[in-house]
Every structure is written in C-alpha cells, then in structure tokens.
Ligand binder design. Structure first.
Ligand SMILES: [Zn+2]
Length: 245
C-alpha cells in the first residue's frame, strides 16, 4: 500500500459512472486512477479528486496495469480562493497540463510536486503577489527539466547585466545588453525585458503575460512542438477579459 499526497492534474469521464483521474503524487510521480462510481453523488471521494485539489491518497500499486484502484482519498485543500480567481485558475491549468504532457512518466517527480504545490498554494493565498507565480514556475521548470535560462548574462559579450536587457530572444534564451545591441532595434518588447528583470530580482511584474509568453516560447522551443497545450487558448481568452474590463 502506498500513502502519498497528490495533486489532481486532470479528470475525465469513463463509462456512465466512472472517472479516470491523473494525479501528480509526491512519492510515485504521475499516476492514473480509475474511480468506479465516481460520478455518483454519494461517492466517498467527492471533492478529493477534483482537478487542482490537494489530497492524500492510499492505493496499492499494481505494476501490471496502467490504471490503479484508489482505496482512500482524503481532501487536504480544495483551493477555494484559487477557484474563484479565473486568471489564476487558467494559469494553474496550463501548469497542470504541461506536467501531464511533458513530465517524464513512470518516475518519481518530487521536485515537480514541490514546485507545483507551492505555486498552487500561492495562487490560493490572498496575500501573495500573483504577478510572479506563473513566471517563476516556468523559470523553475526550465531549470528542473534541464533547460536552465540565464537571466543575468549578455549572450554576446558575457557581461553581467546591471539593468533590464536591451533584447531577448525567446527561441534561444539569449539576452543582449545595451552596449551590444548598440543602435539595432530590439525585437523583444519593453514589457518582456522589464518583466524578466523583475522576475530575476524578486519584484512585482507589471505585465506578466509578456514574461510568461516569453518563457513559454523558450520552454516549448526546447521541449519541441510535438504536443499542443490546449489550456493556453483558455488562458489567452481569460487574459483578454482582464485587459479590457
Ligand atoms: Zn553585451
């Protein structure tokens, strides 16, 4: 029997009454559970297996099957405040989808668990600076998956930046200092450059969508474009709502 904390990444219907739940567990990485009768109102797991919930699950790991049977699931935190914040919710969904699609399967993912748990807790915490959470998670994920992004060094002259870079190339992750850019026109927007500088220095990011998109582009160029991240469409729609209202 394995008893571990788990973050629900995804849940979808299976047959008339059941669910399949994919969860990031603290001990065993990503595990798929079949929840027979999960759709019924009297299901003992109600709430504990909602997407983004933090729960403690008990199961017996059967190496011969992809779908594990869950014995117990206890809700630890439903993330009520996160669920009432559409922008944070849409960012959290991109994070969970990226882990589901890109994280290695069948291996423990303790660091991924710790960082996702931290980001979701911060989204759910009314006092935290929401502007940094997704960008920080993306930067940490670059690092975790072996695509470390150096925010401090000019890629041309090798000097340490002492203010926001003059340009940034998200495909390669290269920063260019003001001396090296000289009279050339930068390709990156000021919002992106200032946002990456704020991220490095632990400051509030004024227009986080530019920084987040730059980091997403960097990460996807390194991972490859094989799999589309569907929840990014929802995030972009949500961002529009917050821009114009
Ligand atoms: Zn330079």
């Amino acid at each position: 029997m394995i008893k571990t904390r788990a973050i629900v990444l995804h849940r979808f219907p299976y047959s008339d009454s059941s669910f399949i739940v994919k969860a990031l567990t603290e001990e065993c990485g990503i595990v798929s559970f079949i929840i027979k009768g999960g759709k019924k109102k009297e299901s003992p797991f109600r709430g504990a297996l909602d997407p983004l919930a933090l729960s403690e699950v008990v199961f017996r790991q059967n190496p011969n099957t992809e779908l594990q049977f869950i014995k117990e699931a206890t809700l630890l935190d439903w993330r009520k405040d996160l669920r009432n914040d559409l922008l944070s919710l849409s960012k959290a969904q991109v994070m969970t989808e990226m882990i589901l699609r890109y994280a290695p399967q069948g291996v423990p993912l303790q660091e991924e668990f710790a960082r996702l748990e931290q980001a979701i807790s911060e989204f759910d915490d009314g006092t935290s600076d929401k502007s940094r959470i997704f960008a920080q998670w993306l930067l940490d994920t670059c690092d975790m998956w072996g695509y470390n992004l150096d925010l401090t060094t000019c890629s041309r002259c090798g000097r340490t930046l002492d203010k926001p870079a003059a340009d940034f190339f998200p495909e390669t992750g290269a920063f260019v200092c003001h001396a090296c850019l000289d009279v050339d026109t930068p390709r990156a927007r000021t919002e992106t450059l200032n946002g990456l500088w704020a991220l490095l220095n632990g400051e509030k990011i004024e227009h986080p969508e530019f920084t987040e998109n730059a980091l997403l582009t960097y990460l996807r160029h390194h991972i490859g474009f094989l799999k589309e991240i569907h929840s990014i469409k929802f995030l972009n729609e949500t961002r529009k709502l917050f821009d114009y209202h």
